[in-house]
Ligand binder design. Sequence first.
Ligand code: NIG
Ligand code: FE
Length: 411
Amino acid sequence: MSSTGGERRLLVRDLAQLATPGGTAAPLRGQALGEVDVLEDAYVLCAGRSIEDVGRMRDLPRLDGDVEELDGRGLCAIPGLVDCHTHACFAGDRVDEFALRASGATYEELHAAGGGIMSTVRATREAGEPALADTVRKHRGWMLRAGTTTFESKSGYGLDRETELASLHAVKAAGGVPTWLGAHAVPPEFDDADAYLDFALAEVLPGAAEIAEAADVFLERGAFDIDQARRYLTACREAGLALRLHGDQFTERGAVSLAIELDARSIDHLEATRDAGVAALGRSDVVAVLLPASALFLARPMPPGRELVEAGAIVALATDFNPGSAFCESLPLVCSLAATQLRLSPAEALAACTINAAHVLGRSDRRGRLAPGYDADIVLLEAPDWRYVAYHLGANLVADVILQGERAELG
Ligand code: NIG
Ligand code: FE
């Protein structure tokens, strides 16, 4: 087989297995969500930044020209993982709050008392753009070591013009997909949520819409109500942003119907969603993004994962990486939680944090599958069977990451 025009080529050969969401469709739902294609004794050939070919070693054609080779013996290849929901741009930590929660304080009580999200807002406002950019780069390194090759990150810890825009810039500079979470909490300089939204939509949205790809809102008791969320999201849609919602985390307040009404890309959390919400998502094209590490970290009920899959919903998985409710950057751990707590099969979990997560980020035409034409983002797991990604609880099995056709420095 001849090279496609002098591009750098990398052959990963003799893989124990190669596993990828099957077919060409995206997003996947219903039975197709669980249909992973597995090739034993496999190879993947990268040309430049793309995948040129995948197959069985016995079918490997003769390759002319310079080809770098990587020994895949004892390794399984899966697509680079896609984390479609993180809050990676923050300063400081919440380790004191974490310790307080262990002795009985709840997340919502800490938030209501001016701690929680607002304590991270105070630290993030003080940090300045260079420090924020360093922090996002550091967090991106943590994610990469856990196998995440594409990440989204929200702003939402600035809540003033300067820090929100600096956060979005920092995410983009670190290679992330920025989402403007302008409606995360009401900062103390405003009397109420409506006054804050007047400011955010007039003063921040025009700049945010130039950097971000989507907008997000925290629709919850103590944050924004349904009318405020509708107003915020409608303005963001008019500015050209895709729409996301944090909904049904603690209480059901109409977030599912609002997401469907506004044709949002996703609704994320859903720990409190009951049967009617599950059925409505099953009939809709809004992705249900499940964040079981957040439910675990806050000792909250898990979202109804199996029920959503059975209802035909488009399900994705993400970490929700943030300093307060999910200090966890590991999608493999999320896959373990999906299999043990949400009753998703390893195959459903893999599709949920690859091709379906790529769909949430508008990138399913080139991310989230190991197939010709897709980006050469590949995770090599040190395991005899790809399902170890969910099975080996808490382990980091990532031996190597190929990012855009090159071996990544994992540090
Ligand atoms: O998705 N629930 C709202 N936002 C984040 C948590 C942010 C924080 O606690 O700092 C979440 O869980
Ligand atoms: Fe979140």
